[in-house]
Design a protein around this ligand. Structure first.
Ligand code: ZN
Length: 178
């Protein structure tokens, strides 16, 4: 069995500095308000930008054509997904995981739906088995932490949450053998 592979170790740096070499005020390089129109609609997920925040209303999401007047701007979550830029990484491991894989995947998807209702920028970029781990990559750090805590609460096991120095990335490890 391959043991030397550490999932998430190859997370790439994305263009964080802007073209003037300034540091963005926001810690999240994808949430720059500079240059944003008053209102906008994301053409991919249909989230709306208004009053300086993104929201998603499932009821009107399908009625995009009525908003012809709104600017089309890819929301930060869709940009992170397109650029494969993860701020959160959750690594789940252990024999128990694979015995309860379906249940745990279901839990993660449910938690994503709930988180997205509150904040459409909290999304899963990918969820896939890598070696003996199930790796979930998220657009926002808080979502990774949330997944870790939700799995821990529902399935016990051992949870470890680590943040990098600038609080830019969150890495969550959960393991349960039996
Ligand atoms: Zn979007």
């Amino acid at each position: 069995m391959k043991r030397d592979f550490v999932p998430g170790q190859s997370v790439q740096k994305f263009g964080i500095g802007d073209k003037h070499g300034r540091v963005e005020r926001s810690e999240d390089p994808f949430i720059a308000e500079e240059g944003m129109p008053e209102t906008a609609v994301c053409p991919d997920c249909h989230a709306r930008y208004e009053h300086k925040r993104w929201t998603l209303d499932e009821e009107v999401a399908g009625q995009l054509p009525r908003e012809e007047g709104a600017a089309r701007v890819l929301c930060p979550a869709c940009r992170k997904i397109a650029g494969d830029y993860a701020e959160g990484i959750v690594i789940l491991r252990g024999a128990y995981l694979w015995k309860h894989e379906e249940e745990i995947r279901h839990l993660i998807h449910n938690e994503e739906t709930r988180a997205r209702d509150k904040n459409p920028l909290q999304r899963i970029i990918s969820m896939a088995r890598q070696g003996d781990s199930l790796v979930i990559r998220t657009t926002e750090q808080k979502l990774a932490e949330h997944f870790g805590r939700a799995v821990h609460k529902a399935q016990q096991g051992d949870l470890r949450v680590s943040w990098d120095q600038g609080h830019v990335r969150c890495r969550v490890f959960w393991e349960r053998e039996e």
